[in-house]
Write a new protein. Structure first.
Length: 397
């Protein structure tokens, strides 16, 4: 279970109970599972974990938009199984647009079953030539009477080939650029929808390409208003980016534990690794990075839970710092374990492969830095103008 002491200021009593529930799930359901070694096993386990998490009530904080609760679940799951964390995260990502913008009928059709673990959802925004530059997507949706016709391809879609329903982003008005993108609910059995192929990750995880060939869906499957799809997608990511940081903290915390355990028992040159100052320095830095990351993550989640309309800066800080810190921590854990750290059956080696993707999906570190720099410069420039206006002048070197 995550160490709640360092973040207790951001938590309420129900969060402590949720953390205990998530930890019990990890011990009872994940512990007996063998690690998935390939895409086939990952897909089989994803379906099993989806159902078991639903029965355990772990999706509840998604439905109540309790961001701190989502972070606690992800951190706990990620420390036990990156695949289990991915299953939870993807259910949140595919459910959140329905929760934010879905009609009563859409929510009754999909949301309740999603939160119960009865159906699997997916978030389909990325394309072969449209990653961080979302506005350059080419998948189109054309209104034809009482139906929309979708054409195009989406890639790097988690749960591709497994999901029962996809939140698909497509261009409805090319002339309006980013304001001409809309979001649609596309069931997996919609005519013209197809699963093209799996895309194999270094850490097993259901991922793939999907296509739309004269794919027809009713007008009632439009999610939110036409032209507001990008706004909906960004609102979803804004809410969930701190949870990516939480997953990074879970993986980092597990790596720190494994490295510390190894350092306390491994003997070299007549003493334990833990007695060498160079190893102590690594462990200290790992602990500092992890604590700082967790504070940023739960600060961002707390801000949202307190009613902030948007948290783009807090989300960007949490995701950028936590995922980069986790990469450093896991890498140091491998280094401390030496040859054992790169054995294929070693949990630290597994974490080394799993943690890397966190710096890319739901907005790369570079994109988060652009968000932060843009906000800072706008804020600084406005304050600078104000200083000029009230006669206080500027500072000069």
């Amino acid at each position: 279970m995550p160490d709640l002491k360092s973040i207790r200021i951001f938590l309420d009593e129900p969060h402590h109970a949720l953390a205990r529930k998530a930890q019990a799930f990890c011990e009872e359901e994940i512990g007996p599972l063998p690690s998935a070694t390939d895409d086939t096993e990952a897909r089989e386990q994803a379906g099993f974990l989806l159902e078991r998490m639903g029965l355990a009530g772990l999706y509840a904080p998604i439905g109540t938009q309790d961001l701190r609760g989502c972070c606690l679940v992800r951190e706990t799951l990620a420390a036990a199984s990156p695949l289990a964390d991915a299953v939870f995260a993807l259910q949140a990502l595919g459910s959140m647009p329905i929760l934010i913008a879905g009609t009563e009928e859409q929510q009754q059709a999909w949301l309740d079953r999603s939160l119960a673990g009865d159906v699997m959802t997916a978030f389909a925004m990325t394309e072969p030539d449209a990653g961080s530059d979302v506005a350059s997507m080419t998948t189109s949706a054309t209104l034809d009477g009482e139906e929309y016709t979708l054409e195009g391809t989406k890639s790097f879609i988690s749960n591709a080939g497994l999901a029962d329903v996809y939140c698909v982003f497509a261009v409805t008005d090319p002339a309006r650029g980013s304001k001409g993108i809309s979001c649609f609910l596309v069931p997996a059995d919609a005519p013209g929808f197809r699963f093209i192929r799996p895309q194999i990750l270094s850490s097993p995880h259901p991922l793939g390409e999907i296509g739309f060939d004269d794919c027809r869906i009713p007008v009632s499957n439009l999610l939110g208003r036409e032209g507001e799809g990008l706004k909906l997608g960004l609102a979803t990511l804004d809410r969930l980016r701190p949870t990516v940081g939480a997953a990074a903290c879970g993986m980092a915390e597990r790596a720190l534990r494994e490295a510390s355990r190894h350092a306390l028992v491994r003997q070299q040159f007549g003493k334990r690794l833990a007695d060498f100052q160079l190893i102590q320095e690594k462990l200290a830095r790992m602990h500092l990075d992890l604590t700082a990351a967790r504070l940023l993550v739960y600060r961002a989640a707390w801000e949202k839970d307190q009613g902030a309309a948007r948290i783009p800066v807090e989300s960007a800080m949490a995701k950028a710092f936590a995922t980069e810190a986790a990469q450093r921590i896991v890498d140091d854990a491998v280094q401390i374990q030496g040859g054992r750290g790169v054995l294929a059956d070693n949990i630290v080696e597994h974490l080394y492969r799993a943690v890397r993707a966190l710096r890319i999906y739901e907005g790369t570190t570079e994109v988060q830095h652009l968000i932060l720099a843009g906000h800072w410069l706008r804020e600084f420039e406005a304050k600078d103008r104000q200083r000029d206006g009230d006669g206080s002048g500027r500072e000069h070197p």
